[in-house]
Design a protein around this ligand. Structure first.
Ligand code: CS2
Length: 489
């Protein structure tokens, strides 16, 4: 079976149903550098860019940077950057070959080379999907963690950084010193006010290495906020086999995604220079916040709640979890609790939004693992669940469904599902979570210690008697009767 590559594609064209790049790849320039090249961006931002190229050509090529591991480069390099995107809907699958990726750099192998790439005049946009923990911030306050080991490293060696924030600061400094215009920084992670958040982190970092740089970042560098949405489960071997059967070519790096996609982008780019993403259905707007609020609280909040309850109840995927009547009933109650705290974005009804979410979660062709979503809970809870909790408490409203999600997170952190099988805690704050659990005492004391973790819950929630009581009640129900019974209500 030939391996996907530009030559193989010419010599063994895939069957007619497989879409191919319709533009001249030779015209692409390295205009977008993407930090954190994983499956999500390749199935979302890169595909919308591909649609724009197919519609009107242009030079918007993408260079990927992996901040940690070499695997994407090792898989995509021999393919000349080509990969297959497999869209899986309830009615079947469609494959397309994507051509806009020009190469992949592995930052730890050559940090100075990555700084030079970002600082090059050809780089006009730097986009990021580095996951929540990749910003090295305090999830409860949004502040840069100057005590984070990688940030400490980057402050000490600003020209050979490790973190996204360190790379942005180093490259922007280089550009300013060379008299170049800045690039636009396009944050595409599921964080509230993600552009402003990242701008604050880069400024805080810059202030420590070069105060003049912090001023330049504040005055000259655009950090538009975005809301990104598409369900993209991690690729597994079965997916590679399906892609191979569909295209007749072996692809070591395909991505699998649902049909739905949404990209809402604050239209604030250096020199107004960006791909015409609106041609691909992106919504360019002056204010992303209502969209992002809706998505983080209704989609991601529900995802996290289902991931913890589902894992405890032995459900391995989201589709299995929503197929369980007890969890489906819970989901309806959770959404009813969250919707009143979400001002609807222009033109969007919230009931219609959650109806559509239910259909997306129930897409039988997408196997999205609860374990994947449960990861990094400390970085996700604040914006997905706790900000809604705060608003409901402030309004004097009860929080039974949200409290059950928080209690399920706590049970999950304890490391055993309800059949007694171990659950691996994958979280950057795992040491602090384990220390809280080991602080002694009975189940109630352990829960109290977890809820006292300031980086997650701040100082207000642990001090709120109503919050503590609601979570403790839900936690006791989980202990006494299990996740399914607690979810059934
Ligand atoms: C998920 C998200 O892994 C997770 O935590 O909730 O990746 C989710 O699938 C996307 O945000 C959907 O747009």
């Amino acid at each position: 079976m030939p391996r996907l590559s530009p030559d193989a594609l010419a010599a063994h064209p895939p069957p007619a149903g497989v879409a191919l790049p319709r533009y001249d790849r030779a015209r692409l320039s390295p205009a977008i550098v993407h930090l954190g090249l994983g499956a999500f961006f390749r199935a979302h931002g890169a595909l919308l860019t591909e649609d724009v190229l197919n519609a009107r050509g242009g030079d918007w090529g993408i260079v990927g940077v992996s901040l940690q591991r070499p695997d994407q480069r090792d898989r995509l390099g021999p393919q000349g950057g080509l990969y297959t995107a497999l869209e899986r809907g309830p009615g079947g699958a469609r494959a397309r070959v994507v051509g806009n990726l020009l190469g992949v750099h592995v930052a730890p192998e050559d940090p100075a080379g990555v700084v030079a790439l970002l600082a090059a005049p050809e780089t006009r946009i730097v986009s990021l999907t580095v996951t929540e923990k990749g910003y090295c911030h305090d999830p409860a306050t949004g502040r840069l963690r100057e005590d984070h080991p990688d940030i400490r490293h980057d402050l000490a060696s600003p020209d050979a950084p490790r973190t996204a924030v360190g790379f942005l600061a180093a490259a922007l400094r280089r550009r300013r010193d060379a008299g170049l215009r800045p690039f636009t920084v396009l944050c595409c992670d599921n964080l509230p006010d993600n552009g402003a958040l990242l701008a604050g982190l880069v400024r805080a970092f810059a202030a420590r290495v070069d105060p003049g740089l912090a001023d330049w970042v504040a005055e000259a560098v655009p950090f538009p906020s975005t809301m990104v949405d598409r369900i993209v489960p991690a690729t597994v071997e079965d997916d590679r086999a399906e892609v191979q059967a569909a295209t007749g070519l072996r692809d070591e790096a395909p991505v699998v995604h649902e049909p739905f996609r949404q990209w809402v982008i604050e239209d604030r780019f250096e020199g107004g220079d960006r791909p015409a993403w609106e041609l691909a259905g992106a919504q360019l707007t002056a204010d992303v916040r209502p969209f992002e609020h809706m998505k983080l609280r209704l989609l991601n909040g529900a995802h996290s709640a289902l991931a913890y309850l589902g894992t405890l109840a032995g459900h391995r995927t989201i589709v299995e979890a929503v197929g369980d009547p007890a969890l489906a009933a819970y989901l309806a109650r959770l959404w009813a609790e969250v919707r009143p705290m979400v001002p609807p974005p222009p033109g969007q009804g919230l009931e219609a939004y959650t109806d559509e979410l239910l259909a997306r979660f129930g897409n039988p062709a997408i196997r999205h693992l609860t374990a994947q979503i449960a990861m990094d809970g400390s970085q996700k809870l604040p914006q997905r669940l706790l900000s809604t909790v705060r608003e409901r408490l402030a309004a004097g409203l009860p929080i039974p469904a949200l409290a059950l999600a928080v209690a399920a997170w706590a049970r999950h952190a304890e490391g055993l599902d309800e059949t007694g099988a171990p659950i691996e805690l994958r979280d950057p704050l795992a040491p602090a979570i384990r220390a809280a659990l080991a602080s002694g005492g009975d189940a109630k004391a352990r829960l109290g210690a977890l809820l006292g973790l300031e980086a997650i819950f701040g100082t207000d929630l642990p001090a709120h008697a109503g919050f503590r009581a609601a979570v403790a009640g839900a936690y006791e129900r989980l202990l006494a009767s299990g996740a399914r019974a607690a979810a059934a209500g």
